[in-house]
Every structure is written in C-alpha cells, then in structure tokens.
Write a protein of this length. Structure first.
Length: 179
C-alpha cells in the first residue's frame, strides 16, 4: 500500500513538472509574438513617417517614391526573416532620401523635412528597442525548446524555434565617414 502512494506521488510530481514546463513554453511563445508585434508597430510607424518624407521629397525624386511603393506592396503577411529583409529595403530607401536632401539645400532647410527627419530617428530608436526585446524573447524561448527536459515537452507539443531578427550585411559594416 505504501508503494502505491509513492508511485502516485511521483506521478503527481512529474505531472506538475510537465504542466509547469508547458506553461513556460506557452508564456515565452506569447512573449515572442508580443515582441514581433512590437516590431510590426514600429515598422508601420516607420513606414508612415517615410511615406510622409517621400511626399515632402516627391518633387525632387520620383524614382525613390516608386522604390518605396514596391517595398510597401511586399509588407503584409511575412515571416520575421522576410520582415527583416523588408526592413533593410526601408533602410536603403531612407538613406537615398537623405542623400537627395543633401543635394537640395532648400529641401534640407525645410522645417517639415527637418521634423520628419527627427521623427525617423525617433522611430529608428523604437524599432531598435523592439528588435532587442524580440530577440531577447526568442533567445529565451529557443533555449527552452532546446534544453532538457523542456525539449521533450516542446517536441511532443510541436513547439519549434523562432528566427532572430537579424541586421543586413550593410548594417554590420563599418561606416566610412569622409570629412
């Protein structure tokens, strides 16, 4: 009779451990999704700000508007890796717009352009923070998916690792500033 109670106790403890591990996996999966949503919000804000900047610059560079419009078409329903690539295209467009402003001093001196440029820098800071939060949550979740004993529960419940939000090759290179 005593042996039955020991077995029941072990089964109950193991059951609680399984439930706890499952709940942790679900919690961190939700945090990853929340982080991805934060990136989406920052990207939408960035898109809106860059769109306003394009309107400001439109008379100076029609081809940049077309580039941004192509990028916008690709934006919806993408994986994180695809969003990362899209974000890189936004960065390139933004860089081109600022280069155009350098070529046209009257545009660069425009109050509206200056405000939009400041807004873009603020949005970039928010986007960086959202990326860091997302990658931190992905790291924790992926560790849970890979480490024993939670990897057993993760494989049974079909949890899989998330992709990190990664910088493109241009962002990894040193900036060459000429004075």
């Amino acid at each position: 009779m005593e042996m039955i109670w020991i077995v029941i106790g072990i089964v109950v403890i193991v059951g609680f451990m399984i439930i706890n591990i499952y709940n942790q996996l679900v919690k961190y999966k939700i945090k990853v999704e929340e982080g991805a949503s934060g990136i989406d919000v920052a990207l939408v804000k960035r898109y809106d700000t860059i769109t306003n900047l394009v309107e400001c610059v439109k008379g100076y560079a029609k081809h940049e508007t077309e580039t941004l419009e192509k990028v916008i078409e690709l934006r919806n329903s993408m994986s994180m890796k695809e969003k990362s690539n899209l974000e890189n295209q936004y960065s390139e467009t933004q860089t081109k717009l600022f280069a155009i402003a350098e070529a046209y001093p009257d545009l660069k001196a425009s109050t509206n352009f200056e405000q939009l440029q400041k807004s873009i820098f603020d949005v970039e800071e928010h986007l960086q923070a959202a990326r860091r939060l997302y990658n931190s949550n992905v790291s924790i979740f992926n560790q849970k998916v890979e480490m024993f004993p939670s990897n057993l529960i993760a494989s049974i419940m079909k949890f899989s690792k998330f992709d990190f939000f990664e910088a493109n090759e241009n962002e990894k290179q040193n900036v060459n500033i000429q004075i």
